[in-house]
Structure formats: structure tokens, C-alpha cells
Design a protein around this ligand. Structure first.
Ligand SMILES: Nc1ncnc2c1ncn2[C@@H]1O[C@H](COP(=O)(O)OP(=O)(O)O)[C@@H](O)[C@H]1O
Ligand SMILES: C[C@@](O)(CCOP(=O)(O)OP(=O)(O)O)CC(=O)O
Length: 463
């Protein structure tokens, strides 16, 4: 499909994430998480769609995700003159996309309250996502394009996800591009506006999920790799989930604006893995249900407060120790690059103790407490097959350590390894006859610490 883009188009992209440390604990504001932003990104290109005629005072917002069959969602929008007419109404036939819908509704409400004069324009949103987000089993090879984005035979509902946080990256990119389109005098990347984009994206993501999660995925989609601790869950009041519960469009829009412009009192400290270390994400091809696991863990916590507190305190100390070791390594690399190069050269196989051994210990310690939570809460956070896989990975030369990322479960592992050994590690697992590696696919990605970024339109030529 060749898409013509006019010069007024704007494009933004946001990264996926790996929650390396702090799963579950990050649901509470007193704990922090370490989130790595990934090179796998989702792009949104917004432009005016002039060829569509306006009917009955309704404006059209058409979203296209051309990499997927039936990837088209057309919404109509009023002009703000009656009660719910600023809420997008789906008019196309292929089923809904709650994240897109909530992103549109939230940014339209904010732009209305901010006096945008662009809300009467018909809009087109084009979405492109990097391959690592989805299984490539149904990929269609197109002989005509050398594009970075590949196309699928099936609709997005039927293509398995790899768990990198596609909805958070999609919501963030769409919000930033629409924000820039509706409020052309504001640069979404200007730090004070970036916080607004973040708050809008959190609000939209919570609306679409009908719950307030920890928000670490939106935080890293906006700010990139971060040490994150959450905002207070109760700042998002229920009426913000449903514009129909508020008596007027103006009132709803003002509620959104007030929330978006308030101080969310959360922490997002930029971070980055030490040089010479790389993150590997392994897709294990079976899925777990995060919400169900989170409710099992929270249930365990509620029923066993003293014990859960003890375990979480120790797990939090282990998470902090890991982050401190990574920080110490980055500092050493900066202050004494020669010793740092020698350290990487010696590797973890060197018998005299070095900071790489300490890093491995940090991972093993985190896993110890995740396994205690697995046994005691019955949520399969690090189930036995994942224990076996992670232990096997630790035996491969160049691997420093690894964990089940995020909520854990069967579907993924995250490994930190020496950058110089990445190809050898991939060759090792693909040639190995060990059953532990048989379902493992390394995703094509690395850390890219940058969050939201503006993109050049030339990236989408010939798509
Ligand atoms: N490339 C895309 N185009 C359109 N919608 C997308 C795209 N990627 C993700 N989405 C939306 O996000 C949803 C997936 O979100 P979710 O189930 O929370 O998974 P994840 O863990 O990847 O965030 C999809 O069902 C779809 O609504
Ligand atoms: C349990 C959690 O703390 C972490 C879940 O992390 P994942 O990365 O597993 O999440 P999904 O992308 O939603 O599947 C819940 C939360 O923080 O919201």
C-alpha cells in the first residue's frame, strides 16, 4: 500500500519495554522499578484527510494499521456542541480498538479545553510497528519494499504478541502525534509538554484497560529507560473513564485538562545499561495472563501481610542491589575505561571475583525471591521450565544473568550478556539440542534508551 503524506503531517514514535526489576512491587508507590526501553518502536503519522467530505457536522478520524488485515478503524466526532459529541464513535465494521479510541478521546478533550482550532479537521492516523512486537509466523514478504516494517496475513486480533507493551507504545505515539496536530504551537518534546503527553497517555491507557495499573509501560514509552515509581492511583477519578457521567463536554474536557496539568508526583530517573552489556529478550511462545497473576499476588499479599512484606522487602533490596551494580559499572566505564575494558575482556568466566560476578549474584537473588512468591502465591511467576531455561542460559559463555521480565510467567525471558558475545549466544541456542532452548526465539531488538521521539516523514515513503 503506497501512502501519500502531505507536508503538514507529523510523526512520532514510542518504544516498547522490558521490566527488568520491580514487577508487582511497582504497583505500590513506595517501590521502584527498573525499566529498559527497547529499539522496537510504534509509529503514528497524523495528517489532515482532506478528501473526506464532512456530513452532518461530524468530523472523521480514520486510523489505519496497514501491516494487519482489517487494520482500519474509522471514528466520527461531533463539534463539541452537544453532550457526548466529542467522544469518538466507531463507524467502521471490523471491531474496536480500545486503545486508539481512548487515545483519541483523551487528546481531543484536552485540545478542546486548550482552545484548539484544529478540531473540525478530518484526520488520518497511520500506525506502523516494528516486527519484534508480534509473531512473524504469518509475515507476508513484499518483493517491492525494503521497509523496516513487515506485513501480516491476519488481523491484529489473530497475531500473537511478544509482550513488549504494544498498547502503551501505540497510545503514546498516537497521543503525541495528535497533540502536535491539534495544538501546533506546542512541541510535545518540550519537557513541560512531555509531562502532559505522559499524563494524557496514562489516562488513555487506564481508560482503555478499565483499570489503573502501575503505568511503568507508558512511563518508559514516554521517557525511555527509567527507574520508575508510580503516581497515586486515586488521582484518576472514575468519572474520567466515562464522559457520559459528566454533564457537559466542557466539564469533561476541563477535568481532563486539570488532571493532565497537575503534578503527578511520580519518579522517572533516566537510566541506561552499562556500555558493553546488551539486553536479549527471548520469546518463549506460550502465553500467561498478567492480570490474573497480578490479582493472585495481591490476594496473597492481602491474606499474608507480614510474610508478604518480609518477602517484598528482601526482593526490593535485591532489585536495588542490581540497579546499584549497573550504576557502579557505568561509573567505572566512564572514570576508568581501561579497567572497564579489561573487566569485559575477562568476563564472568574469570575466577577472581569481579563486578560481573556481583551482577550475576544480584540476578540470582532476585530470582530466589520471585520463586518464593511463585510457591507462596501460586502465581506462576518463575515456573520450573523458566527456572531451567534461565539456569541453562547462565551456562552459556558471555551470559551474565537473567530473569523473567515484568509479571513473569511462561512467555519471555530477559538476559544481560556481553555485547561482544551476543551472536555466539544466539548461535549456541539455535544449534543446541537441549530441550530447554527448543521454544526460544531471540527477538530482534536491543536497549534504545530514548523514549518518545519525532520522526522524519521520509521513513514512511513507499509503504
Ligand atoms: N500496530 C498496531 N496497530 C493497531 N493497534 C495496535 C497495534 N499494536 C497494538 N495495538 C492495540 O493494542 C492492543 C494490544 O494491547 P495489549 O493486549 O495490552 O498488549 P501489549 O501487552 O502488547 O500491550 C491490540 O489489541 C490493539 O488494540
Ligand atoms: C505485574 C506488573 O507489576 C507488571 C506487569 O508487567 P508485564 O511486562 O508482564 O506486563 P504486560 O505488558 O501488561 O503483560 C503489573 C503492573 O505494573 O501494572
Amino acid at each position: 500500500m503506497v501512502m501519500a503524506l502531505d507536508s503538514k503531517a507529523v510523526a512520532y514514535s514510542a518504544p516498547g519495554k522490558a521490566l527488568l526489576a520491580g514487577g508487582y512491587l511497582v504497583l505500590l508507590p513506595q517501590y521502584s522499578a527498573y525499566v529498559v526501553a527497547l529499539s522496537a518502536r510504534i509509529h503514528a503519522v497524523v495528517s489532515e484527510e482532506e478528501e473526506r467530505a464532512n456530513t452532518h457536522k461530524r468530523v472523521t478520524i480514520a486510523a489505519y494499521s496497514p501491516q494487519f488485515k482489517d487494520g482500519e478503524w474509522v471514528y466520527s466526532l461531533g463539534d463539541g456542541s452537544d453532550k457526548s459529541s466529542l467522544s469518538p464513535v466507531l463507524t467502521s465494521a471490523y471491531g474496536n480498538n480500545p486503545f486508539l479510541e481512548a487515545a483519541i478521546r483523551t487528546v481531543v478533550a484536552y485540545s478542546h479545553a486548550s482552545g484548539s482550532r484544529m478540531l473540525k479537521k478530518n484526520v488520518s492516523i497511520k500506525i506502523y510497528s516494528d516486527d519484534a512486537y508480534h509473531s512473524q509466523d504469518d509475515r507476508v514478504t513484499s518483493p517491492t519494499t525494503q521497509s523496516r516494517f513487515h506485513y501480516h496475513l491476519n488481523s491484529i486480533r489473530d497475531v500473537p504478541k511478544t509482550g513488549l507493551g504494544s498498547s502503551a507504545a501505540l497510545t503514546t505515539a498516537v497521543i503525541a502525534a495528535l497533540f502536535s496536530f491539534y495544538l501546533p504551537d506546542l512541541d510535545p518534546l518540550d519537557p513541560s509538554n512531555l509531562d502532559k503527553v505522559h499524563n494524557l497517555a496514562q489516562l488513555a491507557h487506564c481508560t482503555a484497560q478499565k483499570k489503573v495499573g502501575s503505568g511503568f509501560d507508558i512511563a518508559s514509552a514516554v521517557y525511555g529507560s527509567v527507574q520508575y515509581s508510580r503516581f497515586a492511583a486515586d488521582i484518576i477519578s472514575n468519572e474520567l473513564f466515562d464522559p457520559n457521567s459528566v454533564e457537559s463536554v466542557d466539564k469533561f474536557s476541563n477535568l481532563v485538562k486539570n488532571l493532565v496539568e497537575s503534578d503527578w508526583k511520580m519518579t522517572h530517573i533516566p537510566s541506561s545499561l552499562p556500555p558493553g552489556l546488551s539486553l536479549l529478550m527471548g520469546d518463549v511462545k506460550t502465553g500467561s495472563e498478567t492480570p490474573k497473576m497480578a490479582s493472585m499476588v495481591l490476594d496473597w499479599r492481602e491474606k499474608n501481610p507480614a510474610r508478604a512484606n518480609e518477602v517484598w522487602t528482601l526482593l526490593d533490596q535485591s532489585n536495588t542491589a542490581l540497579v546499584n551494580t549497573l550504576y557502579q559499572m557505568s561509573t567505572l566505564a566512564e572514570k576508568d575505561p581501561r579497567s572497564y575494558a579489561q573487566l569485559l575482556e575477562a568476563g564472568i568466566e574469570d575466577s577472581s571475583p569481579n563486578i560481573l560476578h556481583q551482577l550475576r549474584e544480584n540476578f540470582l537473588e532476585i530470582r530466589k525471591y520471585l520463586r518464593i512468591m511463585t510457591i507462596e502465591s501460586h502465581a506462576l511467576i518463575e515456573p520450573q521450565p523458566q527456572t531451567d531455561l534461565l539456569d541453562k542460559c547462565n551456562q552459556i559463555p558471555g551470559v551474565i544473568g537473567g530473569v523473567v521480565p515484568g509479571a513473569g510467567g511462561f512467555d519471555a525471558i530477559s538476559i544481560l550478556a556481553l555485547e561482544s558475545k551476543i551472536q555466539d549466544i544466539k548461535d549456541f541456542t539455535s544449534k543446541s539440542k537441549d530441550s530447554e532452548f527448543s521454544d526460544l526465539i531471540w527477538l530482534d531488538l536491543k536497549e534504545q534508551r530514548i523514549g518518545l521521539q519525532r520522526e522524519s516523514l521520509s521513513l514512511y515513503n513507499n509503504l
